[in-house]
Write a new protein. Sequence first.
Length: 271
Amino acid sequence: MRRGPATAKLNLAMVVGPRREDGMHEVATVLQRVDLADRVALEPAAALSVEGFDDTIVRGALESLAAAAGVSPRWRVRLTKRIPASAGLGGGSSDAATALRLANATLPEPLPPRRLHELAAATGADVPFFLEQGPQLASGDGTTLRPLALPQDYWVVLVLPRWAAKPSTAAVYDAFDERRGGRGFRTRRAALRRALDGVMRARDLDALPPNDLATSPLADDLRALGAFRADVTGAGPIVYGLFQHLEPARAARRAAGRFGRTWLTVPAWYG
């Protein structure tokens, strides 16, 4: 039995452009792991099964791996979910990447990292990130990655508002297109890159542009509670707040409990 954590991610900035010919959108997004994590256990089996959570992205990833390796998909996967689903934290993508990594290690001839990255990219835009270490700038359709040297010395409060009724991610992007949100993408992408060049301390992350896809009044509430940066992650609905010190973060988490479910976590380098 092989086991591994599947960490959540934050979009510390998310700049979104127009829809591409392949149906995806151009993006420039800063991806950072946090140590809130699912657990993935995998072992060889007579047939492919995914237990603990009905996760089709994990099943699809393993079927693709088996086809690429020329073997039958014979693994039993057990998922222990801690990351809330459909919340903007990338839990399904992280589960898929961890399952790919664990299953690849069971092959007589494991696929090389580049081929595994290709399979991950075909599975979902966020999946390749979870095969890498450290924060990354994701561009193109989200699968082109560049490592970033960002500070990791801060605390993160996550809030899942109890009134959240998030539409599908596709619907969020459709609404973005309807309001012509992709206009000025190159200018906003350049501003993101300039802001990244100036990040030396944790507080400098506040200079990153806000999320293009989604906003929430909870970001203002977290700032009022002491966060030096607060925004929606991904397509939402989770809102994060970044805090320099533990005690203010703990106090903010307690206070934010009136809005919904909360977590206190920290940046993570690898799953």
